[in-house]
Ligand binder design. Structure first.
Ligand SMILES: [Fe+2]
Length: 265
């Protein structure tokens, strides 16, 4: 479908920055602070500042308080409104204390609404939506049933043909599917965690994962394997008629080299 109208809102999704305690921290050979800053500088805002930057978890590589201070410093220099949610490498209670931007559950964007979900559970790598989380989502979907809805969450609800990452997908994805399919306004779900772009249709809902702002994992890999793809992000455009467009962007020439000797973290 061709869109001659301007979008009603734009979102840029950033994910899995894995910031460390200092600007020198490296993971798998990549200086994650440097690559995060490079992605921010490369974001497209030629014709308008986006309405929202959605940061979908694993902000810190190891839940370190200093990493959240670093994130505060970087985002304070951004002209953009942003919202975040925690990933499995984050410390959600600590984020509430340290991050200058409070956790935002719902962001209204014209006739759309973005809902931020928590799939990270303390001490777990894989995803799970707590009962209270599902109840709150149900209440929100009722309240916003006359709007188009986007869901943001750290873990994917679907498999992506990477065996080792597919084990981490939202364990109670069927419960989530049963809930969201009752609300036709739900148009798409955007996740992180898998460090690679992937798009599919799930229960009639578009599902997209997003490149990491540091290193990417190799698509189709059975075990931990890094790819040569550079740091990236996802862009999303929302239209008044309920359509959306999305795609990934990569920062070519970021100049850092992944260390293939890294076998996990
Ligand atoms: Fe993750």
């Amino acid at each position: 479908m061709q869109h001659t109208n301007r979008p009603v809102a734009r979102i840029l999704q950033l994910s899995d920055s894995h910031l460390g305690a200092s600007r020198d921290f490296r993971l798998a050979g990549i200086n994650t602070y440097q690559s995060f800053c490079q992605v921010l500088e490369a974001l497209p805002d030629r014709d308008a500042v986006p309405d929202l930057v959605a940061v979908t978890g694993d902000i810190a590589g190891d839940g370190d308080e200093a990493a959240y201070h670093l994130f505060n410093q970087v985002m304070a220099e951004q002209p953009r409104s942003f919202a975040w949610l925690p990933g499995n490498h984050d410390n959600f209670p600590l984020m509430h204390q340290v991050l200058h931007q409070p956790f935002r559950r719902v962001i209204e964007l014209g006739n759309w609404v973005a809902i931020f979900l928590v799939s990270a559970q303390p001490g777990e790598v894989s995803g799970q939506l707590a009962d209270a989380e599902l109840t709150e989502l149900q209440d929100l979907l009722h309240r916003h049933r006359d709007q188009y809805v986007l869901l943001f969450v750290h873990h994917m609800p679907v498999e992506i043909s990477c065996q080792w990452l597919d084990k981490h997908r939202i364990a109670n994805h069927r419960q989530l599917a049963d809930l969201v399919t009752k609300f036709p306004g739900v148009r798409a779900l955007f996740a992180g965690h898998v460090h690679q772009p992937f798009s599919t249709s799930w229960q009639g809902i578009a599902v997209h994962s997003t490149p990491s702002t540091c290193f990417q994992f190799l698509p189709g890999s059975d075990g931990f394997e890094l790819s040569e793809q550079p740091p990236g992000y996802r862009w999303i455009e929302l239209y008044a008629d309920g359509q959306l467009k999305t795609g990934e962007g990569f920062v070519a020439g970021a100049g850092q080299q992944v260390d293939h000797r890294c076998s996990g973290y």
